[in-house]
Design a protein around this ligand. Structure first.
Ligand code: ACO
Length: 217
């Protein structure tokens, strides 16, 4: 549900739209959503509540609530298209041509899968640029008494901000988020070169179970 300003009525009239109506409004405006109406993929209170007190891998200490001057760790927002979120992802892999309308359709579809997609970003609040991102996907299972498993994907820090612990910060944020959401484990796959980085955050290669297989379509 979202509140939008309905200009055909009085200027301050607000109406509540369901998901389909919101998508129609987005199409009418070619994807543009005024900043005042920004919505977030998940509740930002979840990030702010995470404690990093027990973590020893940060020197100096930083946390999602205190990531450093002019930085903010939060959920992906509907306005992050303009803040360079996709340009940042392009530093990780191919992104392709994505219009604002495409972005918002995918954003709303993810938001509709409540409790599944936790795309998390770091914003430089002095420039309003997205300079770090990573995704936690929470997979629901039948095994282990209907358990939940977390998967970390698409970890990237802007090349202008690397070496400032922000990669560790965003991954540790998603690990702690997975814990607080009740995941029994969190996994990821990465290149050989990145193993040391992830092991420094507690990931382990399990003997006899460290293979990652795929078919590319
Ligand atoms: C599951 C996945 O998504 S895997 C894909 C990972 N992402 C990428 O490869 C995209 C391109 N790379 C990046 O965006 C960044 O280099 C990141 C996200 C990997 C690391 O971001 P940074 O903010 O630079 O990391 P941070 O400053 O927290 O570094 C922490 C440690 O990891 C090490 N490290 C950082 N990047 C790398 C790397 N590419 N390879 C090996 N080690 C690395 C650092 O040297 C540092 O080690 P130290 O604590 O011993 O000094």
């Amino acid at each position: 549900m979202a509140e939008v300003n309905n200009n055909s009525k009085k200027a301050n009239d607000l109406v509540i739209l369901d998901e389909d109506e919101l998508n129609q409004e987005v199409q009418k405006t070619n994807g543009f959503v005024p900043e005042a109406e920004e919505s977030f993929l998940y509740d930002n209170a979840l990030v702010q509540a995470l404690s990093f007190e027990h973590l020893t891998c940060f020197n100096p200490k930083i946390s999602p609530a205190q990531p450093g001057m002019n930085l903010m760790v939060r959920s992906l927002g509907s306005g992050d298209y303009e803040r360079g979120f996709l340009d940042l992802l392009a530093q990780l892999t191919k992104v392709g041509e994505i219009s604002k309308s495409d972005f918002l359709k995918r954003f709303n579809s993810m938001k509709g899968c409540k409790g599944t997609y936790y795309v998390t970003v770091i914003e430089d609040t002095s420039t309003h640029e997205i300079i770090g991102a990573a995704t936690l996907v929470v997979e629901q299972k039948f095994i282990r008494g209907c358990a939940k498993k977390g998967i970390i994907e698409e970890v990237v820090v802007s090349d202008r901000y690397r070496g400032r612990q922000l990669g560790k910060l965003i991954v540790a944020t998603l690990i702690e988020m997975g814990k607080s959401l009740g995941c029994y484990k969190v996994s990821l796959n990465c290149t050989d070169q990145m193993i040391k980085f992830y092991c420094s955050l507690g990931f382990k290669q399990e003997e006899g179970n460290a293979n990652f297989l795929q078919i590319r379509m």
